[in-house]
Design a protein around this ligand. Sequence first.
Ligand code: 8YV
Length: 320
Amino acid sequence: MKQTIFITRKLPEEAIQPLREKFTVRMWEEEEIEVPVDVLKKEVQQADALWTTISDQITKEIMMSAPNLKVIANLAVGFNNIDVEAAKELGITVTNTPDVLTETTADLAFALLLASARRITEAERVLRDGKWTSWAPMQLTGMDVFGATLGIIGMGRIGEAAAKRAKGFDMRVLYYNRTRKLDAEEKYGFSYAELDSLLQQSDFVLIFAPLTEETKNMIAKRELGLMKKTAILLNVARGGIVNEQDLYEALKNGDIWGAGLDVFETEPVPLNHPLLTLPNVTVLPHIGSASIQTRLAMMKMNQQAIMDVLEGRVPRNVVV
Ligand code: 8YV
């Protein structure tokens, strides 16, 4: 009997064709609704492989309902949606999709930085809403990016790719990371700073850290209070790293100048979220890696990982 794969998102046919040739592929086809937990639980009962992504919570309970499950392939570099400890305990391989999304995510981080600094989305709304009635010298004025200080929290692959882009804007780059990156410091000329010092000095604070017990709520009231009143906070990593209630207060009270968010604590973000009522926040629906080329490359990686495990090979990007 063929082995079974359950995929939690509707994928382009080209991404699954090679899997269909060898395995039974079952897929959640609804594009507007996320797969409900009871459906997921039922599907995994028969599954040998599970193809997931960031907003699917793959708990121990889900894994326990999947007696044949050998691999969970996450279509993302982050894997905080998966209980990896439980996977390890149950002998299930977990894989992710690093590297192929590094440059694209750094591009998006810069797009969000520029959009937030220069009020791009707000400006477009002004024009489309018919509010561009005359040219006013201080209308829609933002913050200069060139020559500013950029503080990067989390200097991994994507942080480094963003730091390289910052050089083109003549920015001074500071970073905070669990470990020092001495080679990169020398190669690209950026400097290490402790978190508080980075927050105090930076005009733009860009978060790339993974969501872990350590980074959860890392940026809250105290940290926002250390930032310059003219500073902009940008998060393209995970919503839980920033305390959203505290961020809302800081933006509303003018403790910081603006924010750009590609990620939220709950995704998709509810439309009545207080942050969405503020004009000084640029928001995006978690599109860090969303270029056609990158998403297809991520899918190829997931496809290969599943094929490797089901055919008895060790896959390339093993998390546990
Ligand atoms: C996701 C991401 O891959 O890779 C990550 O960790 O957050 C994104 O690039 C994307 O949103 C699809 O899951």
